[in-house]
Design a binder for this molecule. Sequence first.
Ligand code: AKG
Length: 213
Amino acid sequence: MDLYGVCVLDNFLGYQRGMTVLDEVLNLYNMGVFKDGQLVRNKASNNLKTIRGDQIIWVDGREDCCKQIGQLISDVDAVVMGSNKMNDNGKLGNYTINGRTKAMVACYPGHGSHYVKHVDNPNKDGRCITAIYYLNKDWDIKENGGLLRIFPEGWSDQVADIEPLFDRILFFWSDRRNPHEVQPAFKTRYAITLWYFDGNEKEEAGRRFQHAS
Ligand code: AKG
């Protein structure tokens, strides 16, 4: 992360555990509990879906139907919290990670669903690391699309293309260093995302919010 701002790990849980997480996600999806991702109105077209075509549900991993997702969350926490003390000054980057969001389970239901280029945390809301776990078996990027393209700041015209492959996890800085887009997906595409908070930035964001309200 310190070198590139982006990090990919394959075979994160192993096939069997990855499958149990996928089963839970498929069950959740079949329960019909997913909602359209939080939408931002596109002023030009007035069309919401052109910005973001995923469907999502937030879980904390303690729900009866989400125990395996809960285990995944614990494993990701261990990686992030472990690396939190990795560098010389006892921090990850310049961050002191002290919490995270719930897990966002996302489905792009094919049919060209996508997410236009955006930054997860453009305005210092506290989120510093984005972690995305992918669940897509036999994903053929040419046929199925759904590529995650990151445009890392300072890489001039170079990009990082991440295929959303089964049991792959991706970490990147959530701020303006990493604008990214999900290219149109033509097959159902699943992922689970966690955002980790920097204690100081989160506190500062809380103060700003209080002053504003
Ligand atoms: C987001 O939810 O902000 C994304 O950009 C999704 C990325 C992905 O699923 O590859």
